[in-house]
Design a protein around this ligand. Structure first.
Ligand code: NIG
Ligand code: FE
Length: 410
């Protein structure tokens, strides 16, 4: 079956020229194609041809007055959660900080309690509309972390919920194991035993049952220290997992050196990254995943995106959607924040939510750009020019989401 997407005002090819990512200096080189159609066969991009070419198609999708981007890649979310933290939001409005609330037993632990109290089916019912909400914005790959179970049973329950959607969703769902999110109350004074649970029981079980692609950790004074993460990473690496790290959000305590030591996929957050670490990370092939929704939601400083880009780092952007620090399930708003608050250009932002996010997930050979042989997944926006994408704040400009050659949202 051949499908043709015709008549778009522009197609953003995010030319990767065989490269799996774009560094700061290349981010600007996005080449819009005009007067072209995309030919799709067997879920893949077969060709890019001029609009007047005489291809016989079984189905034609008319993208008149629209611009086509690769399907957006959401590379960092905590979408699988239960409960609400609106009470903590109110406390913060009255002056309490995120860290104070976490240290007083709220934060991640309060969501952990709600997740432990929820059944598999209840969690499925909570996650389903959230995935659909991302799809409506043009997202065709969505990473989802565990990290709110923090026991063997509840971490596996969360990963099974995420894997249910990996099997049954129309988009790519990428599960990540975040058992090292924080220490649960029963191990608060016995870190060693919780590390043993992760290393000796959870990691081998998750690998054997193929429940996660990557292992993530939260390196922070209120969570795991660098020796603890080092141990988890060494073991996860031996089992063949991709590695990710939440680091330099509130404190800079050795995360960048650790990331470089283990050659991990991405360092995420970086609100307080030091200048010398910007230089170090920019020389590596580790993606810097910036999460401006967190800074907005916590009314906190933004990551130094311009400095990172000017040093030639590999920048990706994501919502970090979660109930406590970024209750913002909206990638288009994150793109707008990146423009307004981190002074990223539209071209830089597009690369950061497509090819570079795919790279952070280790998937940029298959998704993230519009090139022959890649997955036929697209976000088609009702816009004449890309400037519209960051101008219409609070309005969903996405007209069609196409995943693997099929319209899944219109
Ligand atoms: O990425 N930093 C740690 N984890 C999440 C927040 C999780 C929560 O507050 O529930 C984050 O910001
Ligand atoms: Fe996060």
């Amino acid at each position: 079956m051949i499908t043709l997407i015709k008549n778009a005002s522009q197609i953003f090819t995010v030319e990767s020229k065989g490269k799996l990512f774009k560094r700061g200096n290349d981010l600007k080189n996005i080449c819009p194609l005009t007067n072209h159609s995309i030919v799709i066969e067997d879920e893949l991009i077969k060709d890019l041809v001029t609009n007047n070419s005489s291809i016989k198609a079984d189905e034609i999708i008319d993208a008149k007055n629209c611009i086509i981007l690769p399907g957006l890649v959401e590379c960092h979310t905590h979408s699988a959660f239960a409960g609400s933290r609106s009470n903590e939001f109110l406390m913060r409005l009255k002056g309490a900080t995120y860290e104070e609330i976490a240290n007083a037993g709220g934060g991640i632990i309060s969501t952990m309690k709600a997740v432990r109290d929820s059944s598999f089916d209840e969690l499925i019912n909570l996650l389903y509309p959230r995935i659909n909400h991302f799809i409506s914005q043009g997202v065709t790959t969505l990473e989802i972390k565990s990290g709110y179970g923090l026991s063997f049973y509840d971490e596996i329950k969360l990963l099974q919920v995420i894997n249910y959607f990996k099997k049954n969703s129309a988009i790519n769902i990428v599960p990540t194991f975040l058992g090292a999110h924080t220490f649960p109350p029963e191990y608060r004074n016995d870190h060693k035993s919780y590390l043993e649970l992760i290393i000796n029981q959870l990691l081998p079980f998750i690998k054997k049952n193929n429940l996660a692609e990557a292992v993530d950790a939260f390196l922070e004074t209120s969570a795991f220290n660098s020796n603890e993460v080092d141990l988890i990473f060494s073991n996860a690496k031996k089992l063949g997992f991709n590695l990710r790290l939440h680091t330099d959000q509130f404190n800079s305590i050795g995360g960048i050196d650790l990331a470089i030591k283990h050659k991990i996929n991405s360092v995420d957050h970086l609100e307080v990254i030091k200048d010398e670490d910007i230089e170090k990370i920019s020389k590596t092939k580790i993606a810097s995943v910036l999460l401006p929704g967190v800074s907005f939601f916590l009314d906190y400083q933004f990551a130094p995106a311009r400095k990172l880009i000017d040093h030639n780092a590999i920048i990706a952007l994501s919502t970090d959607f979660n109930p406590g620090s970024s209750h913002i399930p909206n990638i288009q708003f994150i793109m707008q924040l990146a423009a307004l608050k981190m002074k990223m250009s539209i071209e830089e932002i597009i690369s950061a939510v497509t090819l570079n996010s795919a790279f952070a997930l280790g998937l940029s050979d298959k998704i993230g750009s519009i090139e022959i042989g890649k997955e036929a997944s697209f976000a088609i926006f009702n816009a004449k020019d890309i400037s519209e994408l960051i101008y219409h704040i609070g309005y969903n400009l996405n007209k069609f989401t196409i995943s693997k050659g099929k319209i899944i949202y219109t």
